[in-house]
Design a protein around this ligand. Structure first.
Ligand code: ADP
Length: 371
């Protein structure tokens, strides 16, 4: 019973036994064929000898028996040798298949236990080599996901600390009677609460997008209409700050295939940033132009610009060029990350350019044309 269970649970033993069965069948067929063929062959030879020698029948019968015995002996020796060699080869082959599978099992267990640095040696181009390669790919992807998860927790904790510290300081000041219980004090707490609320909202949205749970409701949209609506929404804020807002859309631009609410979110994010990082007296322009099967939207400002070293990181979550300045301005550093997700979910691309500090910035994104 125990032996049966062992066989059932071991691929190595099963492989070995299957080889053995193949070899045994081979040996049985070989022996059977020899047994069937031998009398016929002997008979033929003996008849030929008889016709040549014409010796007595007793001698002929003796010859026949001896001949047959010799053939049986040779067949038996050959079968035993073949069997022994086959057993050796079976053990070797079964090991070669089983060893990588056992390594795979061990590595999978390690990964399940949270050790994502496990990798398998890739030792060939066959299916086992391919399996090892796929496993390593999966392990790297899991390691990256885990790293992102850890980083996100660290980032969120860091983002929560500042408003919480500020609120605690105000409350303690109030309790100790150092701060007056007036409008200004309450408003400072309210500002921190609003900042926390915005952070939570942005995080919620980002997590939905990173989980690919963004549901788009695309339709054919007129780029000019989109830009006009976005500008309209922010016109007062631009006027209050004293920043000029211009738009430039050529006539008969093709319509784009996009979710109006989501694209409005991207435009408002880019325009809001342009307004925030452009000092009074500056200018922000929005334009759209055709680019192959896409329409390109461009938001350019004459503001503080972005240092070249920061440009590649702008779309990473929580990334801010001037940490203290934008945090004070209420920015969570997630806006551009969300915009990137939205644009890419539409099949477009987004990028940032800047001539450097003090030389303004240009944000560009593309959207596919409606069919
Ligand atoms: P935030 O909420 O902090 O504005 P974003 O993701 O929208 O977050 O932007 C990330 C960072 O990119 C900003 O903190 C800012 O440093 C930089 N940035 C974005 N837009 C501009 C711009 N038009 N000019 C200069 N810097 C910008």
């Amino acid at each position: 019973m125990r032996l049966l269970a062992r066989i059932r649970n071991s691929l190595g033993i099963k492989l070995f036994l299957s080889y053995l069965v193949v070899v045994l069948v081979g040996v049985v067929v070989l022996t059977g064929a020899v047994q069937v063929q031998t009398p016929v062959a002997i008979q033929r030879h003996v008849e030929r000898m008889q016709s040549h020698l014409l010796t007595d029948p007793g001698l002929i019968e003796d010859l026949r028996v001896n001949f047959r015995g010799a053939i049986n002996e040779v067949t038996l020796t050959a079968a035993v040798m073949a069997l022994l060699t086959a057993v050796g080869v079976s053990v070797f082959t079964a090991r070669r298949i089983i060893t990588p599978i056992q390594a795979l099992m061990r590595a999978s267990r390690e990964i399940a236990a949270g050790h994502f640095d496990q990798r398998l040696p890739v030792t060939g181009q066959d299916e086992l080599g391919e399996l090892a390669r796929s496993f390593n790919q999966m392990a790297s992807e899991l390691a990256r996901t885990e790293q992102r998860r850890v980083q996100l927790i660290g980032d969120v904790a860091h983002e929560l600390r500042t408003p919480l510290t500020n609120m605690r300081a105000v409350i303690e000041g109030l309790a100790d009677g150092i701060l007056p219980a007036n409008m200004e004090t309450y408003q400072s707490v309210q500002k921190e609460i609003m900042r926390l609320q915005r952070l939570v909202q942005d995080l919620q949205e980002l997590s939905r997008m990173e989980a690919d749970a963004m549901s788009l409701r695309p339709q054919a949209l007129d780029p000019e209409e989109l830009i006009k609506n976005a500008c309209e929404r922010l016109r007062l804020q631009f006027r209050d700050k004293g920043v000029r807002l211009e738009m430039e859309v050529p006539a008969n631009l093709p319509r784009v295939w996009a979710d109006p609410a989501r694209i409005m979110q991207v435009l408002l994010n880019l325009l809001g940033n342009a307004l925030q990082y452009t000092p009074r007296g500056g200018r922000v322009s929005v334009r759209a132009e055709r680019e192959g099967r896409h329409v390109r939207f461009v938001v350019a400002d004459t503001g503080i610009g972005v240092p070249a070293s920061d440009l590649p990181h702008l779309f990473e979550r929580f990334y801010r060029v001037d940490k203290s300045r934008s945090r004070a301005g209420g920015g969570s550093g997630i806006g551009l990350t969300i915009s990137k997700h939205i644009v890419e979910a539409h099949g477009g691309r987004i990028r940032a350019e800047s001539g450097g500090v003090g030389r303004g910035s240009t944000f560009t994104f593309t959207l596919p044309m409606a069919r």
